[in-house]
Ligand binder design. Structure first.
Ligand SMILES: NC(=O)C1=CN([C@@H]2O[C@H](COP(=O)(O)OP(=O)(O)OC[C@H]3O[C@@H](n4cnc5c(N)ncnc54)[C@H](O)[C@@H]3O)[C@@H](O)[C@H]2O)C=CC1
Ligand SMILES: O=C(CO)COP(=O)(O)O
Length: 310
């Protein structure tokens, strides 16, 4: 089955590079403006088997690697042309405007398509360099998931399968928020012990939120949840973690860099307020990212929460 990647950012480019080991791959983007090396993924020369194009490709499997907050606009422009093909959502976020996940937006815009999610611990730079990576491929249709798992695995990109799309997708979206919080803890000089507490309590609220949305809590303990949380909350390669570091140090951060967790925190805080799901860390990150709460106040608010059972 032929494969195309939609979205020529760091992740889309890395996926195209690694999948081109299996055969030709199209990489679609709007306003490409570069040749040979994508400035969003410096140091990676594209192999000849990657065809970079501004014309929507006809491939049967389309990997959609467009940021969550841009998915609505992308689907308004191109959704109708994608319907009927297998769509693999690669974004990690929740749409602030609608509270919907990217996979749900794809499914609503393309009712004739099989929709899957590809997620898990994987920096674009690692994938593009051919370093070993394990990801989750989630698809509600088990047989279609099996086909996609085999179509998208390579000797160094190892896909595990699940039918729990909600759990896999929310794990990837929510870990970005907790990674920001971990960055804030380190940036503000609170120490590694505080970061471990944030990661652990953050994981508890990720699981609580996902379960309330119908996910199997066990999915959160896999690559797409805990696995990606560990990576993103402990590595300065992560943009979400670096954004948190900057918040903690009261430094400016380049607004052009994709930081999915900032908008996702606001989306989660709105859902939490509406539904009563307790999301203290995510709600504070929404306040910090929106400039409504300062770091000192955020720490005081977290520490002042009532003592309870773990
Ligand atoms: N970079 C990474 O290591 C990883 C990223 N992801 C996820 O992949 C998604 C994309 O992230 P990156 O590629 O890293 O971001 P990026 O900032 O490198 O690239 C985003 C790309 O999307 C394009 N874009 C934005 N709006 C568009 C629209 N309406 N139509 C067409 N193209 C549009 C931009 O032009 C840009 O090329 C995010 O949800 C991210 O969480 C997932 C795993 C790893
Ligand atoms: O999702 C990622 C790693 O799995 C990439 O994280 P950042 O978007 O924080 O760089």
């Amino acid at each position: 089955m032929n494969i195309a990647v939609l979205g020529a950012g760091a992740f889309g480019t890395a996926l195209a590079v690694t999948l081109s080991a299996r055969g030709p791959v199209s990489l679609w983007g709007r306003r490409i403006g570069w040749q040979g090396e994508n400035p969003l993924l410096p140091g990676v020369t594209l192999p000849g088997s990657v065809d970079v194009t501004e014309t929507l490709p006809e491939a049967e499997i389309l990997l959609v690697a467009i940021p969550a907050q841009a998915t609505g606009a992308f689907l308004s422009d191109h959704g109708a042309r994608l319907d009927g093909r297998a769509l693999v959502s690669c974004a990690k976020g929740i749409d602030l405007a609608t509270g919907r996940s990217p996979a749900r937006m794809l499914a609503e815009a393309c009712p004739g398509s099989t929709v899957a999610v590809l997620t898990g611990p994987s920096f674009a730079a690692d994938i593009a360099r051919g370093l070993p990576t394990a990801l989750t491929l989630a698809c509600a249709d088990g047989q279609a998931g099996h086909r996609l798992q085999h179509a998208l695995s390579t000797p160094v990109l190892r896909l595990y399968r699940t039918t729990d799309v909600t759990g896999a997708e929310l794990g990837g979206a929510l870990k970005n928020v907790i990674a920001i919080a971990a960055g804030v803890a380190i940036g503000a000089g609170l120490g590694d012990s505080a970061r471990a507490a944030i990661i652990t309590r953050g994981f508890a609220e990720m699981t609580r939120f996902a379960a309330a949305k119908g996910a199997d809590p066990e999915t959160l303990t896999g690559l797409s949840g805990l696995g990606d949380l560990i990576l993103t909350a402990t590595s300065e390669q992560s943009r979400n973690f670096r954004y948190g570091l900057a918040l903690g140090r009261a430094e400016a951060f380049d607004p052009h860099v994709t930081v999915e967790g900032a908008a996702t925190a606001r989306a989660v805080a709105a859902i939490a307020a509406r539904t009563g799901i307790e999301m203290p860390v995510s709600t504070l990150i929404a306040g910090l990212a929106g400039g409504r709460v300062g770091v000192k106040q955020a720490v005081e608010l977290l520490l002042a929460r009532p003592l309870k059972e773990e």
